[in-house]
Design a protein around this ligand. Structure first.
Ligand SMILES: Nc1ncnc2c1ncn2[C@@H]1O[C@H](COP(=O)(O)OP(=O)(O)O)[C@@H](O)[C@H]1O
Ligand SMILES: [Mg+2]
Length: 483
């Protein structure tokens, strides 16, 4: 009894010692653009402050984004109404948190966790800070298992490991949302967390009804449309990541999709420019490049579960060297490139498999499948290189056996790569078909091919360098470096 009382007293005094008991209310001094400048508050960057309480209006949630000349810079997480000089500012003492739990499954919420599907707010199983540290580098189990994406071209040629992070690079209207919807419907991951950042309002409903359909049941959608304040768009990306982390901590395998990282970056650019950061590359401020890894590194494996991350990046005019595309590509474990040329030709999903790379292909698929993938890519590359000649009938059959087999197998390879949005496919289907394509290519190339191929120059896709064949490997197959 006495011991229990002692423990209770010790705990209470400990809590008192750490408690922040002084209420430090400040007030608004200036408001320029979207930045509220306040004095009299002692706060930390990232802390949420409530501004307002004047003339019966509700308080506006704001977040501390910086300090200048002894003043605190706040940005709104909602509409800036009823704020004037002297309006009180109440620090909450904590950064932004979001409700997580099983009840968020099947729900559509905004960047701050509030429901936008017209239903009750989801019941909070727990509250989580949206900014969390990524799992310890050394505690992350290596990625070895394959996660099915339900898209043949990807499962076969750009396979994704459980906990891997892939970028989807594409211009607008090339089929990103449709592809994400296809993946969400057929993936073997248990939970989908989908962040729609900076989309047009119309596209959100279209995505949920047309692309996602029944997969909504085991998905959570976090939406911040382009008209929302920049901070809310940034929060949406972090909120979705925090929800994915909650499910990963429960031991689940999560598919986190973010459409798009570019809009997240432009939101942070807005914040950076508003607080006076210098614009660096193409107007993006340095904080954009500091924030990107803090978002992208949080996906991946942890000892309990995994978050597989698919992040879309807008590449205007197919400029893959645009700064955000460049930065994101260097941070992720591979990229999927969708091209307008394929989309315009009615080839959907418009995945350019020769430009797409999964850095973990060697770890997540069997050596046979890996070899078959390389064989099919080599045939595709050979065909592309001579496509112009072939189309005008200037290519003489028989002058290049790799190309001959590629031409003969072209219809089957095309059929493999194309997939209607509503067609389901499994990893087993994709691999079986891929192995059959590779053996078809070998048969077409003929038995004599083995002896001659070693000395022949084989055309190869851009960016991939043939390396020597592994011991025991078929010398007819140009080995590609897939990193
Ligand atoms: N797999 C597909 N099959 C047929 N058409 C498709 C496919 N994917 C995309 N499309 C077409 O492309 C259009 C734009 O696709 P969407 O996914 O909305 O592009 P994005 O999200 O890149 O802007 C769709 O309206 C549809 O007509
Ligand atoms: Mg879209």
């Amino acid at each position: 009894m006495v011991a229990e009382a002692r423990t209770a007293i010790a705990r209470a005094s400990q809590a008192l010692r750490h408690a922040d008991l002084a209420r430090r209310r400040g007030c608004v001094r200036d408001l320029i653009g979207l930045i509220v400048e306040a004095t009299g508050v002692q706060v930390e960057v990232g802390e949420v402050c409530m501004v307002g309480e004047s003339r019966g209006r509700p308080r506006v949630a704001t977040e501390v984004v910086g300090f200048r000349c002894g003043r605190t810079l706040l940005m709104p997480l909602g509409e800036l109404h009823g704020i004037g000089p002297g309006t009180p500012v109440h620090p909450t003492g904590a950064p932004f948190r979001v409700a997580v739990g099983e009840s968020v499954l099947g729900r559509v919420i905004d960047g701050l966790g509030a429901p936008v599907d017209g239903r009750e707010p989801p019941q909070a199983g727990a509250w989580r800070h949206t900014t969390a540290a990524p799992p310890d580098a050394l505690s992350r189990p290596r990625i070895r298992d394959l996660v099915g994406l339900g898209v043949r071209a990807l499962d076969g040629l750009v396979p994704c490991g459980r906990g891997q992070r892939l970028g989807i690079f594409a211009g607008s209207g090339v089929g990103k949302s449709s592809l994400l919807g296809m993946i969400a419907r057929s993936t073997t991951a248990e939970v989908n967390v989908i962040a729609l950042v900076g989309e047009r309002g119309r596209e959100v409903r279209e995505f949920i009804e047309r692309d996602l359909g029944e997969a909504l049941e085991h998905s959570v959608i976090v939406v911040a449309t382009s008209d929302q304040p920049a901070l809310v768009r940034i929060r949406a990306a972090f909120t979705a990541t925090a929800i994915a982390e909650y499910f990963r901590d429960q031991g689940r395998h999560v598919m986190l999709m973010m459409d798009s990282v570019t809009r997240f970056a432009t939101a942070q650019r807005e914040v950076g420019l508003a607080i006076g950061e210098p614009p660096a590359t193409r107007g993006y401020t340095p904080s954009v490049f500091a924030l990107l890894p803090r978002l992208l590194e949080r996906a991946g494996t942890s000892p309990s579960g995994s978050i597989t991350g698919l992040y879309t990046v807008l590449v205007d005019g197919d400029d893959m060297n645009e700064p955000i595309a460049d930065a994101v590509r260097s941070m992720l474990d591979g990229h999927i490139v969708l091209t307008r040329k394929l989309a315009q030709g009615g080839h959907y999903p418009a995945i350019d498999v020769l430009q797409s790379v999964s850095r973990l292909i060697g770890e997540v698929v069997s050596p046979e499948v890996h070899r078959a993938a390389q064989r099919v890519c080599a045939a595709l590359a050979a065909y592309h290189e001579k496509e112009d000649l072939i189309s005008i009938g200037a290519y003489q059959a028989g002058s290049d056996r790799v190309l001959d087999s590629a031409i003969a197998m072209r219809p089957r390879i095309e059929a493999f790569l194309r997939q209607p949005v509503d067609q389901q496919s499994t990893i087993a289907d994709a691999h079986q078909e891929l192995l059959s394509l590779a053996s078809g290519l070998d048969t077409e190339a003929g038995a004599s091919h083995d002896t001659e191929a070693g000395s022949r120059q084989t055309s190869r896709p851009k960016g991939r360098v043939p390396v020597s064949s592994p011991a025991g490997g078929d010398p007819a197959i140009p080995m590609l470096q897939l990193s």
